[in-house]
Design a protein around this ligand. Structure first.
Ligand code: AGP
Length: 613
């Protein structure tokens, strides 16, 4: 989705803004632009396509100044061309804006503005904002007042950043709702603004996150934050510990592969400091779970989208099995509109890598209104989901740049396992012996993940056999049913091969009709309580001429004799097996896409943070 970067200081803003936009490329976009205050006027460069196009434009026609803003756009209104790319200037050319979000009432505002003489030069909804600001400025208001007036007229969720030639010593940023974040980076005599941390992390780690309906007036000396209505707000500066280098590709060709390989470390960090192996206890202090609260909870809803929702499905099995609390998993976009039955004894647990997914945030707000206890498992520090929740578990995986989520899938699996144990203990649902056994299994996880990664060469050979496939079926059952969904999602999003994940037991109710010699069937069949059922699935697929790729436990001779290809995983305690079974599927999708020569980190039509509905 759209990304924003801003700079005010003594340095040349152009390379800083361009470099920041480069760091946001992973979010997905179709056009980009920047505006710089140059010798008292605003200069804009923008173009459709990749950032290289914008960089080339800037090289042909340079622009220099110490204040600048930039944007990568993911089109919602108007096709991705240079005219619709941000920044957008007003009619006078004195004010310029970049914007994330959708102006829901833009048609009526546009009509009104046209009647008053505004001339529109783009098809975007964003342009109405700059016209509104300009109209207010004409009545003698300051830039700050004019922006407030404009924002109060907008419906929808927004992040905006504005620059004016008449007030050249400031950039104004504001946030309404959940159209992605706005973060202010505090430098020394210079300040940064971004929609996401990676854009400015190389310059500063001291950050202030804007909440909804807040506005920041940012000067070289610092920031002043107030509500949209003008009420000053004290703010907290947070120090971010992420290492900026970890957001670079290093030796890897793609972020996705780097992130797959980072899973040994991310899983180690997920466990680190949270597990007391001596006493068999889990320590999740930020979750704010007291025994009284744990005993009060009658039901848990897990809400999430995409990969995060599949992690939630594994969580359902784990929490129900270990803590004996009923769990429902809901897709954010469904939950928010179906008037779910929730009360103060319901816990709603959101899972989100970005913490900015609009549907997940809206579902959280719905849950909040209905009085639920609100928890979140989130990666992006300071994100809206983290701030909305009553308690959270932070994923500890560092920045995930590849659009296809990998390390931010396996970490929440472990978080959910730990949550289930913690909850079970607080509710008195588990005895010490069982608890110590489950906790002790956690120490195996990083090494087991590493052993999956060591088999990448074998996965690559299987990828070569599947590179021409046009469609694939992924089957799983029990705790590994979501692994089938997630394996299929990974394949489709980066290789553009149609793939379907299915609960294996449902095959006979329809999808088995698809099986012939052309369709690869990926069967997830580790040694878990569903093993025998999955083995008969392999036989059924083979009997119909299917090409079977099994994910199986090392040394399983039955499976190696029955399947065409095997992706081996080490023996893993079954409740943690989704962590290991998914890793070969991540690598399989990656290598198929790499063999097909596709843009793995920025697949077509996709964005890393989905901040629109
Ligand atoms: C994952 O590979 C996907 N790109 C996507 O499904 C993602 O998991 C989903 O959009 C949710 O994102 P979130 O975790 O940031 O909320």
């Amino acid at each position: 989705m759209c990304g924003i970067v801003g700079y005010i200081g003594e340095k040349d803003a152009t390379p800083i803004v361009l470099n920041g936009l480069k760091k946001l490329e992973y979010r997905g976009y179709d056009s980009a632009g920047l505006a710089v205050l140059e010798n008292g006027h605003i200069e804009v460069r923008r173009d459709a396509g990749k950032l290289e196009r914008l960089a080339a434009l800037v090289q042909e026609s340079p622009l220099h100044g110490q204040v600048g803003i930039g944007h990568t756009r993911w089109a919602t209104h108007g096709e991705p061309n240079a005219g619709n790319a941000h920044p957008h200037l007003g009619m006078t050319g004195d004010v310029v804006i970049v914007h994330n979000g959708i102006v829901e009432n833009y048609l009526e505002l546009k009509e009104e503005l046209k009647e008053k003489g505004a001339v529109f030069t783009s098809e975007t909804d964003t342009e109405v904002i700059v016209h509104l600001i300009e109209r207010s400025l004409m009545t003698g208001k300051t830039l700050e007042e004019a922006i407030r007036c404009a924002l109060l007229r907008l419906r929808g969720a927004h992040g905006i950043v504005v620059l004016s030639k008449d007030e050249p010593d400031k950039i104004i940023a504001a946030r309404i709702g959940n159209a992605g974040g706005v973060v202010i980076g505090m430098g020394d005599g210079e300040m940064y603004i971004a929609s996401d941390l990676p854009a400015i992390l190389e310059h500063t780690r001291k950050m202030v996150f804007l909440e909804s309906r807040q506005m920041a007036v940012v000067t070289r000396a610092g920031a002043r934050i107030s509500t949209l209505e003008g009420e000053p707000i004290p703010y907290e500066v947070q120090t971010i510990s992420w290492d900026p280098v970890s957001a670079e590709k290093g030796e890897y060709r793609h972020f996705m592969r780097k992130e797959i390989h980072e899973q040994v470390r991310s899983l180690t960090d997920t466990i680190a400091g949270r597990v007391d192996f001596d006493h068999g206890r889990i320590n999740l202090p930020k979750l704010n779970l007291t025994p009284a609260l744990a005993q009060r909870i009658e039901r848990i809803y897990i809400i999430a989208c995409g990969t995060a929702a599949y992690a939630g499905m594994v969580g359902k099995v784990l929490i129900e099995r270990i803590a004996r609390v009923p769990v429902e998993v809901d897709i954010g976009s469904e939950f928010r509109y179906r008037d779910p039955i929730i009360n103060e004894n319901t816990a709603v647990l959101a899972i989100s890598q970005s913490g900015e997914t609009a549907d997940t945030l809206a579902a959280m707000e719905e849950a909040r209104e209905k009085g639920a206890v609100l928890w979140a498992i989130v990666n992006a520090i300071g994100s809206q989901a983290m701030r909305l929740a009553d308690g959270f578990i932070s994923m500890q995986v560092g920045p995930e740049i590849g659009v296809a989520s990998t390390k931010a899938y396996t970490a929440p699996l472990v978080d959910l396992y730990m949550l289930a144990i913690h909850l079970a203990e607080q509710r008195g649902e588990i005895n010490e012996w069982e608890r110590k056994g489950l906790v002790s299994d956690l120490r195996l996880v990083p090494d087991l993940a590493g052993r999956c990664l060591d088999r990448e060469g074998e996965v690559e050979i299987v990828a070569q056999a599947l590179v021409e496939a046009r469609s694939a079926l992924y089957l799983g059952r029990g705790v590994n049913m979501p692994t089938a969904y997630e394996g299929a999602l990974k394949l489709k999003e980066i290789s553009y091969i149609h793939a379907e994940g299915y609960p294996a037991g449902e095959m006979k109710h329809g999808p088995i009709a698809l099986i012939d010699g052309d369709i690869p069937v990926v069967v997830i069949a580790p040694q878990d309580p569903w093993y025998e059922k999955m083995f008969s699935q392999i036989e059924q697929a083979k009997a119909r001429g299917g090409q079977v790729i099994a994910v199986a436990t090392e040394g399983d001779k039955r499976i190696s004799a029955a399947a065409d290809h095997v992706l081996w995983v080490p023996e893993t305690p079954w409740m943690l097996s989704p962590v290991t079974t998914v890793i070969p599927l991540q690598m399989l999708a990656y290598h198929i896409a790499a063999l097909r020569g596709l843009d793995i980190d920025q697949p077509r039509n996709l964005a890393k943070s989905v901040t629109v509905e």
